[in-house]
Design a protein around this ligand. Structure first.
Ligand code: 13P
Length: 333
């Protein structure tokens, strides 16, 4: 491992910039395309992703883009490989390397993320294709008697093994333990599950000698369950999230880039903004965004599958990216 992983981590969370998650698997992008009636073909996926990464000036607000295996191999219509195009935009190319969350054997309604077998070799290839960072998402669900300690521990251990392999390959790992918003639970339940998960993740990272200065954490915010009738205010989300993270996330970690996890664009903005505004000057790490849906929702809708709408879609993406960039500084109006 060299200092490169630390340098990349710092660049990924540079002030006022965040990460564009555009690493939807073929199945997930199908769901998104269905909403706008676009057929899920390789060419449509290529066109849509080209539109995103060629948005003029995107690099002013976006530090890195997370690509899918198919996407990192694709090119613009005039033949520029996507990773190279991103570099021209001043955006670091990244790659999702996990193989998805699969049912955890002997445990009901819980999952374990797979993809460690052969990962060392895959990382070499991704690096040769231009990847500077990687992502692995672990999924923790809240429900009746879940999450279990066993599920949290198994996922945390896999995250740590992935992160160590990335650092060995000079690739900065995004460590993503996502406690899902799905459910009618109160925010306190999310707080408890998030705290248990973070404690386990940092224990495993330490145990496997992962350099905390050479990674980016991508967690959920502490929020109310999506169907909870009592939705916490941004102030409460900010208080609970920051207090929890200050206790459990090492100050060595350069930055925390939250996922949006199904939050509305408004919540994804106001929650992030509130944390950075209220705790300005009191945080050991940068707090920014690594949004998928919250960055793409408006652009996807504006595009609607038509070439005539590319500019409108890019404008929608830029507007969102600019807004979240302000929220990452606590300066959103
Ligand atoms: P969302 O912001 O849509 O949750 O996606 C982020 C992501 O990369 C999930 O792994």
């Amino acid at each position: 491992m060299t200092k490169e992983v630390r340098k990349t981590a710092l660049a990924m969370v540079a002030g006022g910039k965040g990460i564009l998650a555009m690493d939807e698997s073929t199945g997930t992008i199908e769901k998104r395309f269905k909403e706008i009636g676009v057929e899920n073909t390789e060419e449509n996926r290529r066109k849509y992703r080209q539109l995103l990464i060629t948005a003029p000036g995107l690099g002013d607000y976006i530090s890195g883009a997370i690509l899918f295996d198919e996407t990192i191999r694709q090119k613009t219509a005039d033949g520029i490989p996507f990773p190279r195009l991103l570099e021209q935009q001043g955006i670091l190319p990244g790659i999702k390397v996990d193989k998805g969350a699969k049912p955890l054997a002997l445990f009901s309604n819980e999952t374990i993320t797979e993809g460690l077998d052969g990962l060392r070799e895959r990382l070499q290839e991704y690096r040769s294709l231009g990847a500077k960072f990687a992502k692995w998402r672990a999924v923790i669900a809240i429900g009746d008697a879940i999450p279990t300690k066993a599920c949290i521990k198994a996922n945390a251990h896999a995250l740590a093994r992935y992160a160590a392999l990335c650092q060995e390959a000079d690739i900065t790992p995004i460590v993503e333990p996502e406690v899902l918003m799905d459910g009618s639970h109160a925010i306190e339940k999310c707080l408890e599950a998030t705290a248990q998960t973070l404690a386990s993740v940092f224990k495993e990272l330490k145990g496997l000698k992962v350099d905390l200065k050479g990674m980016v954490l991508k967690p959920n915010m502490v929020v109310s369950g999506s169907s909870c009738p009592d939705q916490a205010t941004p102030e409460k989300v900010a208080d609970l999230t920051v207090t929890c993270f200050k206790e459990l996330v090492s100050p060595k970690v350069p930055g925390i880039a939250f996922l949006s996890g199904g939050q509305s664009d408004e919540s994804a903005t106001s929650n992030l903004n509130e944390m950075n505004k209220k705790f300005k000057g009191q945080l050991p790490w940068k707090l920014t965004f690594s949004y998928g849906r919250a960055l793409q929702r408006a652009a996807l809708k504006a595009w609607n599958g038509s070439d005539a709408n590319i500019k409108a879609a890019q404008d929608a993406l830029l507007e969102k990216a600019k807004g979240y960039g302000k929220a990452a500084l606590g300066e959103f109006e």
